[in-house]
Design a protein around this ligand. Structure first.
Ligand SMILES: Cc1cc2nc3c(=O)[nH]c(=O)nc-3n(C[C@H](O)[C@H](O)[C@H](O)COP(=O)(O)OP(=O)(O)OC[C@H]3O[C@@H](n4cnc5c(N)ncnc54)[C@H](O)[C@@H]3O)c2cc1C
Length: 301
């Protein structure tokens, strides 16, 4: 498998790993083994890789930190791509920050705080990358990425680079253009507001404390499992249906926060998916509300 691709990667010095356990690559800590995981060092390598995959007709899936992802059990044949987390470092220009998509959102929050720039506090505690946050239009405590985004750069499957303004990104509740247009987000520009660094830090700490108090952070999960249905809260609906503590294999509806499905004890992805289905079915039968899954699934092929 992938012999030609491997020799291409070696020739171009694009880092890759084989037989990667997905439990290490996703916050749910479930799933099988990826045949190949490619880790381009920078945007140039990512573009070069996409051109080659496009030329040879091979499909791929890009992941961030895997904090909103379920990987299938068993062998994953699909080519997985993960961007470099460290390069290049974020850059401040006045009240704007430009940052690479692979960069940790938590680190970016701290960077903004250190520059006395406010607006990202809500994201402190969201354990993903900037790219994943743009893809999901991640949000919490009344804030979301859409409030800050100025523009976003990305690569199309043929390796062409594009930049779109925030208005063109179709940002909505936990959605963006990228959920229907296949691309690799490579960077984004955010506009923040100058503020006192200590006050920003206080707000960040407060949000983190609220998370620790309300969320089952002691267990692996992907955060809220379901999107908030219009007019309801997913967690409250699930609790009212008596589903707290419902268990399938090693997966469980958290006793602490019913909106979280957790990996209680060596769960498989199949356990989690069956649990999600049972919750959706019961909530629909008892409450007439369809819960849409927020967590995304990597396809096996
Ligand atoms: C404890 C916990 C708390 C959480 N709290 C919140 C919260 O408060 N609010 C919230 O919105 N989310 C929350 N999440 C979910 C998750 O952290 C966010 O959705 C996050 O933005 C996902 O980023 P990621 O880098 O991990 O993306 P991944 O999970 O790796 O990927 C998610 C999707 O984004 C796509 N993607 C990732 N990077 C790129 C890229 N560079 N280009 C194109 N597509 C890309 C992937 O293909 C996938 O479809 C939480 C998760 C956990 C575990």
């Amino acid at each position: 498998m992938h012999e030609q691709l491997k020799s291409f990667l070696t020739r171009r010095q694009i880092p890759f790993e084989e037989l990667v356990p997905m439990a290490k690559m996703t916050s749910f800590q479930t799933g099988g083994v990826a045949r190949i995981l490619i880790r381009p060092a920078n945007e140039m390598q990512t573009a070069c890789l996409l051109k080659e995959l496009n030329r040879t007709g091979q499909d791929w899936f890009v992941l961030g930190k895997g904090s909103n992802l379920l990987a299938p059990d068993g062998m994953i044949e699909r080519i997985l791509i993960r961007l470099n987390e460290n390069e290049p470092a974020p850059r401040q220009m006045g009240d704007e920050i430009e940052c690479a998509a692979g960069y940790s959102l938590m680190k970016l929050c701290r960077f903004a705080q250190s520059k006395g720039l406010s607006g990202l506090e809500f994201a402190y505690g969201i354990p993903g990358t900037l790219g994943g946050a743009v893809f999901m239009n991640a949000g919490a405590y009344g804030g979301e990425m859409a409030d800050l985004l100025v523009s976003c750069s990305f690569l199309l499957p043929d390796g062409t680079r594009m930049t779109l303004s925030a208005e063109e990104l179709e940002l909505g509740y936990r959605t963006s253009l990228f959920q229907k247009k296949k691309a690799i987000i490579t960077g984004a520009k955010l506009r923040l507001k100058p503020d006192n660094g200590l006050e920003i830090e206080t707000r960040m700490k407060e949000f983190l404390e609220r998370r620790k108090e309300k969320q089952p952070l002691e267990f692996p999960s992907a955060g809220s499992t379901f999107k908030r249905p219009v007019g309801f809260y997913a967690g409250a609906l699930i609790e009212e249906c008596g589903l707290k503590g419902l268990t399938v294999g090693g997966a469980q509806v958290s006793e602490k926060h019913a909106g979280f499905c957790i990996n209680k004890d060596h769960a498989t992805t199949s356990d989690v998916l069956q649990l999600i289905e049972q919750v959706q079915k019961t909530v629909f039968e008892k409450k007439g509300v369809r819960l849409e899954c927020e967590v995304r699934l990597i396809d096996r092929y």
